[in-house]
Design a protein around this ligand. Sequence first.
Ligand code: HPA
Ligand code: ZN
Length: 329
Amino acid sequence: MRTLPKVELHIHLEGTLEPELIFELAARNGIQLPYDLDELRRRYEFTDLQSFLDLYYANLSVVLTEQDFADLTRAYLRRAREAGVRHVELFLDPQAHTSRGVPLATCINGVSEVLKNSESEFGISSSLIATFLRDRPAAEALAVLTELIAMDAPLVGVGLDSAEVGHPPADFVEVFDVARANGLQCVAHAGEEGPPEYVWQALELLRVARVDHGIRSLEDSTLVDYLVANRIPLTVCPLSNVRLRVVDTIADHPLPEMLDRGLCVTINSDDPAYFGGYVDDNFAAVRDAFDLSADQLATLARNAVSASFLPADRRAPLLAEIEEWRASR
Ligand code: HPA
Ligand code: ZN
């Protein structure tokens, strides 16, 4: 069976750090971890976003050198190729590294040296989105953005992530204004745990081109109408929503309602090393839970092409690949 060609728009590089690689990097960097692999695996049970973020940030302590960032990026691309990913817009959290003393250049150079060859090495075109941590001061985000611009980091855009509730998009207006003035695209996590009001703020104040998660938008029908009318994409992450208890089970996920309402929904993996699956697993989970047809799966894949920041000449061949897949079913 041929794999559906996919565009992945909501994936955090740091969220692809697999337990085995944590131990490999720890050994290489002479770090003694106070637990073994089995014990680490037992920590992957989350009650909410914060309980996940605590482990996500803690595990990064082993990622130190350019080589570490390059290896992490390469490991993701290798797995993404298997998943049928043909283009990725990858999130990177610079402050998760600068805050522990890793120079910005170490992290950007390690990631970008691999991404620049992703097409020839893995058959996956790629671009990078720097995401700012909303639970840290906006002034810090602005300083990091200024440094990224000064070093001419190869970015397509900026985003906003980490602990959502209590950290509204409104706090980051200046950061996003500077990003936009420098030609960067804007996206933001909103409506994952936070209220629809945060989605409105992301749209109206940060002027985002797409909303990451956005699942709680369904609680505000005026917002849904606005998202549909303006064809604002939502990057939905089904397995993440289950593991972070945004929904109880995959069968309770509102994906069918989102599609029925006419929302431009895309399927993504968020933090696959933590949530039990890569993007192919997320597609399989919703296909099985909702008995989705090849037409519906192709629509989800096409939505991601249209939601991407790819130029028109790159979209057409991807749409043709998706159509070829659909026709072969
Ligand atoms: N939500 C917010 N912040 C994050 C996530 C997420 O799902 N993954 C990594 N950082
Ligand atoms: Zn995310």
